[in-house]
Design a protein around this ligand. Structure first.
Ligand code: MTE
Length: 335
């Protein structure tokens, strides 16, 4: 569900002005600090027993690898909260309860271990059926675009959910600038592969690197976001810094983190979860309370911080904006 339509939400309403004005500054400083930090001394499913990684000091909540990400002040969010029909999930939960298997399979592992990821400089390779293939520096790739703030529900297939204020660019804006060819029907995204920085990749939990994909029309839907921030500050590493996908009507595993490659293809991409457990995970993965995962009912969900489970909404509440994309498709078969 979009709490408010994107065109009703101005950045200045959601992002604290001070943080918004500082964002570019933070990015510039982060590159230098990350470089310095690097010199100083991390068949499973999202619900299996966590495997603990080697113990490391727990960083302060919200502090990214560069140690510069600001922690949003509670008071900055009061006006936003009062206008919403649901509560925002607290920053500490958004950044402290994560799935990012490259850093371990426990929910607290990403916040604990993702400081090893160096997020600047960062490049994104654009490849395949596209007029402008190249390896782009991330800041150059994003520079022509205007960032927006979006408050979206995130629904994990494990049946927990959150309400998160993201900052990012509409993926459609980037795709149009990159000019896919007439052959492009899908977009494939790949996460960084580097077991030094992502120690969870040393275990064959998944067939690394993590790959996800969308049909081109899904990628062009106005709801689909390439996120660079959360709560008006840069994305912490555990949330997929420096660039992640957010597809709010699909289960959270589609929202791939720390993207290094975007490829336009004729064929449906082989996505990590669908390859690892094809009976449990499909390519579409639209939130659907009527189709249970083989191990978990999808009818209800637990919003983080709430005691009672609430009913799950079809397409996570975004049906008005996206149901047309699937006309004629049997969504029971095409999980
Ligand atoms: N992306 C990568 N590269 N690795 C992952 O393990 N987990 C996915 C998704 N993106 C994952 C990923 C899952 S299962 C979920 S529910 C969301 O990230 C969680 O996003 P969050 O930790 O920011 O809430």
């Amino acid at each position: 569900m979009l709490i408010r339509r994107p065109d009703d939400v101005r950045s200045s309403e959601i992002t604290p002005y001070r943080v918004y004005m500082n964002r570019r500054h933070f990015i510039g400083r982060s590159a230098k600090a990350a470089a310095a930090a690097a010199l100083v001394p991390g068949l499973l499913s999202a619900c299996d027993e966590p495997q603990r990684m080697e113990a490391r000091p727990v960083p302060e909540p919200g502090v990214g690898s560069a140690g510069l990400t600001s922690i949003p002040q509670e008071r900055d969010w009061e006006s936003v909260r009062s206008e919403l029909d649901e509560s925002l999930t607290p920053y500490s939960d958004v950044t402290g309860y994560n799935n990012f298997y490259e850093f371990g399979t426990g929910k607290e592992d990403p916040a604990r271990y993702a400081h090893t990821l160096v997020t600047r400089p960062w490049t994104v390779e654009v490849d395949g059926e596209v007029a402008r293939p190249a390896v782009y520096d991330l800041d150059d790739l994003l520079a022509p675009h205007t960032e927006e703030d979006r408050i979206y529900r995130l629904r994990c297939v494990e049946a927990w959910s959150m309400v998160i204020p993201w900052t990012g660019i509409p993926l459609a804006d980037l795709i149009r600038r990159l000019e896919p060819t007439s052959k492009a029907r899908f977009v494939e995204f790949t996460t960084l592969m580097d077991p030094e920085q992502m120690p969870g990749q040393r275990r064959r939990v998944l067939d690394w690197p993590y790959v996800e994909g969308l049909r081109l029309d899904e990628a062009l839907n106005p709801l689909t976001l390439l996120a660079t921030g959360v709560y008006g500050a840069d994305l912490p590493n555990q949330n997929g810094a420096p660039l992640r996908l957010v597809v709010p009507w699909k289960y959270g595993f589609k929202s791939i983190k720390s993207i290094v490659k975007i490829r336009f293809t004729e064929e449906m991409p082989a996505t990590s979860w669908a390859v690892s457990a094809p009976r449990e995970y499909g390519f579409y993965a639209n939130v659907n309370p009527e189709v249970d995962h083989p191990r978990w009912s999808q009818a209800r969900e637990r919003r983080l911080g709430e005691f009672r489970r609430r009913p799950t909404l079809p397409f996570n509440g975004y049906g008005e904006q996206v149901a047309d994309l699937y006309a004629g498709l049997d969504l029971r078969r095409w999980f």
